[in-house]
Design a protein. Sequence first.
Length: 210
Amino acid sequence: MIKWKCTVCGYIHTGDEPPDECPMCGAEKSEFVEIAVAEDITPELEDEVSEEVGDNNAERISLFDKLVDLMLQNHLHPISVHTPNGIVPAAVLFLVLAYIFQLSSFELAAYYNLVFVLLAMPVVLFTGIVEWQKHYKGARTSVFITKITCGTVVLVSLLVLVLWRIADPEVAAPASSSRWIYFLIHIIALGAVGLAGHLGGKLVFGRSRK
């Protein structure tokens, strides 16, 4: 049995041939290489690339490139995604409690949580795009397209909710005719956060299958 490695996400497959599609990131069969071959060739290629970069670009490393390297080295995207993953569910829970017990304090807590996540979303999206480009070669597979779509849905949903709440502070009040539409947008944001988190966990923790 041969071991094959997905060059996009690092998933390890054992079999006579690589799978038709990577079960982790959706990359095509052509993106797989035999691990033994990769281990033999990669160090030499890395040396050649390092020498070339050192000769041609050593003095042209921009501040942006340094910041990107720091983000990747310190895993800023996995850290930043905990903000929407953890706080959006809390905001939805607060809103549910506000609807059940008719407590404006819980509704206000939900709103403040959404504002905090909205402010964090540019960092979440930017670091995610950087990691996608650098670690996953910008692969346009269904997994990454779905994650990017989910991030966009979360951002748009939060913008709508926060601006709506600012324009109409009573939108979630019992007498409001729009309170259930307002709540539905919360559920959409929660679903997008959950799906993106699931796919991210799949990429990080499901790389090897024997």
